[in-house]
Design a protein around this ligand. Structure first.
Ligand SMILES: NC(=O)c1ccc[n+]([C@@H]2O[C@H](COP(=O)([O-])OP(=O)(O)OC[C@H]3O[C@@H](n4cnc5c(N)ncnc54)[C@H](OP(=O)(O)O)[C@@H]3O)[C@@H](O)[C@H]2O)c1
Length: 260
């Protein structure tokens, strides 16, 4: 099976590091022309430079996904340049903390950054996908969609909102050649995971290494994921071969979740 995105244009949000950066690498290897989005322009430029085709082939856009007006302007401009066929909604996860301790503004910010930004991006890009008869909207969420994770109250809540948005949208767009799916990373070696383990260590009074060992013990595969392992699942869902897969949640978690 040869997976190709030759002739396709893709926007990858949160592409300056971690899982988003790995997704950019995979989609570029598949032949897509990319636009990389995040706040850190210098980091985006470095990522683009390292991709097949480099800065000549791939664009960058410095954008804060919390700024809804800026998101609207940015995505409208991208859509006006040329059709975008693949949209990867990915951004930083909300801060750790219990559901009870989350402030109303924490919930509002998370909703804006994860749901509203994805909706604004989709509204701008779907007309081009429709015209092309090819669209892939892929949201990076979390296994907490299926099994809420203790100590990540705001995050758990917002992932469920994204999953519900995506499911609804997938049924609305399926007849137009557009699929909408979610990829649910398990423990993946990125700055986000380092942050979460530091937080857990601080709250439990344990060493970070101890927290890491306890986390690995929960994973039947016996290790954390590399960001590329999440990106390969995304690459498949973005490919023509995944045309009949829509509205699903794909865990990539080394078998950690116990639920069906
Ligand atoms: N790593 C894991 O174990 C794991 C597990 C489950 C779920 N997830 C989720 O998967 C997603 C990606 O995770 P990751 O580990 O790759 O996270 P990460 O290392 O923290 O990277 C987050 C990316 O999002 C960008 N970003 C953050 N806030 C932004 C904003 N306001 N506007 C625009 N871009 C923003 C960051 O770039 P800038 O700072 O340059 O803006 C960066 O490129 C997150 O939602 C995370 O919670 C991760």
């Amino acid at each position: 099976m040869h997976l190709s995105l030759e002739g396709r244009r893709a926007v990858v949000c949160g592409a300056s590091r971690g899982i988003g950066k790995a997704i950019a690498g995979v989609l570029a290897e598949m032949g897509a022309e990319l636009i990389l989005v995040a706040r850190d322009e210098a980091a985006l430029a470095a990522v683009a430079e390292g991709l097949p085709g480099g800065r000549e082939r791939h664009g960058i856009r410095a954008l804060d996904l919390l700024d809804t007006a800026a998101v609207k302007t940015c995505f409208s401009e991208m859509a006006a340049q040329a059709p975008v066929h693949v949209l990867i909604n990915n951004t930083g996860g909300p801060a750790a903390g219990t559901a009870f301790d989350g402030k109303p503004e924490d919930y509002e910010r998370a909703f804006r950054q994860h749901v509203v930004a994805a909706q604004v991006a989709a509204q701008a890009l779907v007309p081009g996908m429709r015209k092309a008869g090819y669209g892939r909207i892929i949201n990076i969420t979390s296994t907490s969609v299926k099994e809420p994770i203790p100590g990540l109250g705001v995050s758990n809540t917002i992932r469920a909102a994204v999953a519900s948005w995506a499911k609804t949208l997938s049924r609305e767009l399926a007849s137009q050649g557009i699929t909408v799916n979610n990829v649910l990373p398990g423990f993946t070696s990125t700055e986000r995971l380092d942050y979460l383990f530091r937080q857990r260590a601080q709250h439990s009074g344990n060493e970070v290494e101890e927290v890491e060992r306890a986390a690995i013990a929960q994973v039947p595969a016996g290790r954390f994921a590399r960001p590329e392992e999440i990106a390969w699942a995304v690459g498949f869902l973005a490919s023509p071969q995944a045309a009949y897969i829509s509205g699903i949640n794909v865990p990539v978690d080394g078998g950690r979740m116990a639920s069906l």
